[in-house]
Structures are given as C-alpha cells and as structure tokens.
Design a protein around this ligand. Sequence first.
Ligand SMILES: *[C@@H]1O[C@H](CO)[C@@H](O)[C@H](O)[C@H]1NC(C)=O
Length: 316
Amino acid sequence: MDVLARLSVVFILCSLFRKGLSDSCIGRCGQGVNTAYNCQCNSACVRYNDCCADYDALCLGGQATVDVLSAVMQDLWNSDTNRLRESDYTISTTGSRLFTYVNTTALNKPTFQGLIHLLDNYNIVVGQAEQQTTAELAEVNDFVNTILATSVMTKTFTFLVENGHITNSNSVFRDVLMELWFNLYPRSNGGPTDSSGFEHVIVGELKGTSTVSGFHSWIRLYLEEKNGNLLHESFLIRKEPNMIATAFSWHGVKKTKASFFLGTSPEFDMAVYTICGLVHRDSLCKFTLQNQAVSIQTWDVVHKSGYQVASAYPSI
Ligand SMILES: *[C@@H]1O[C@H](CO)[C@@H](O)[C@H](O)[C@H]1NC(C)=O
C-alpha cells in the first residue's frame, strides 16, 4: 500500500471507531450541540437526524434511564430521614380541612425551618416585581447551605456528577441549585422580574383573580390552611408513595388541581425536581419508587437561556 492508501485506511478506521463506539448519550442528554461528537443528544437531533443510537433509550425515558433514575430516587427516599413518619400527620379525604393533625415538632428540623423562613419573602402576585432584601438573600443562603448538608443532597450531587450533568465541584452544584430555584426571572416574556422556581413551586403564585399557579409543597399547604388563607375544597387523588392531588382556594382564588409529595422533606422534593429537570427537561421523568411508577413533570423558563425551574410536580 502506498502512503495515501494507508492514510485512508487509518482515516476510515478512525471514523468507524468514532461513529460506532465512542458516541453515546451517556451523560449528554439535553446538552447543546457539540461538534466534537458525531451525534447529538438534545431534542433538535430528531429534526436534524443526528441523534446518537442510544438517544431514545437514555434520554427519552427508555428502560436504561428509568433504571438509573429509579436507583437514585430510591436512594434519596431511603436517605430522607427528615421525612415525617406516617404517624406525624393525618389528612382527611372528605372533610373541609386537608390536614387534621401535624406533629409540629417534626417541622422544627433545620431544613423545614429554613424553608418556612423563605415563605414570606415573595410577592405572590404575578406581574409585580420582586424586591429582594439583603436579609432575604441571607435566608436563601442559609436554606441552601442547610439542604446541601443533608445526605439527600450529597447523593444528588454524586448522581449529577456521575451522569455528566454537572462538573465535580460542590460550588458548581450550589450555583446550579441557586440558578434553578432562586435566581429571579420574569414569568412572562418581557414582563417584570416577578418569579423564581422556588416561588412558583413551593410558595405558589396568583395570576389575577382567576388562577393559582404552581403551589406544590405540602408544608406550604399545611401552613396556609392553618393561617386561614387556604380553604381546602376537594381531595382528588392519592398515589403511593406519598403523592396526592387536591383542589383548594387560596386568597379566594381557585386551584383546581395541585399535586405534591406529602410528608417529604424540602431537600427531597427539591432533589427529585432538580434531577428530573436536568435529566428530562420539559417532559415527564419516569421512574419507580417503593415499587410504584412515578412521573414527574418539569418545565423550563422558555424565554430565558439556560435551565431554570418554571414548574415541577408529580404528574398524577
Ligand atoms: C413528633 O416529632 C418529633 C420529632 O420528629 C418526635 O420526637 C416526637 O416523638 C413526635 N411526637 C409524636 C406525638 O409522635
């Protein structure tokens, strides 16, 4: 063989090797186009016909992704030592109050207190700009530090690193949590900076006099019901493990269906939603937990670049 022929054999072998073996969506689901690879792993690859062979299986809820997610979610559940015990609360599926008993001592745990301190930091009216004080920012930092110290969040960090969603740095993980949940953004394109992932998902928002938007925290529901701001209207669904959907009115405005985890810790809810948003942004995140099928819906803020939590909740 002359030199040219040898070179072309090497070239063909190299490209076969690159195409066949090295290009997979492991750790790349949802990432932007990267021309260092021969195939891509984001939703646009379907249109451009350049998806990696394992795109469906790994990124679109194929069995490989379900298995990986189920393992980490079960690990988080088992580690959620702050979750209330079944005996720590009772709910009524028929009465006019959802929570008929809560062991309030169980809410004194640091991550619960951290979350509770944040609840009055937001203007819940959509369209009215947020004003964040130094004291409120300090509360956010305290809360984030408190949840980061839990084993639920340590395991979340390890999972996200091992699956290529973040680099191996605690400060990067902290920045990602801050960006996803606490960085303020406009709920509508071009509108005032009136929202955040935390405000929407945990605190809840009011859109005019007709819609309650978000509100997927059992702790928030319990406290607002106790304060008289929330009237429970009807119990809709219970699905194991610990997921319910109910209808209520909040400040006189109806929420026809709010779904959330019941009794879980703030770090568990935020860990599950963070993982689902990073693995299955804007779609259903499916896994099994306690031998039950679970689906989590997450939404990104479409009019802002990068990922921020627009919403996240159990789809039941
Ligand atoms: C309430 O919760 C606390 C903290 O988890 C626990 O020590 C206490 O035994 C619980 N009380 C009851 C009546 O179950």
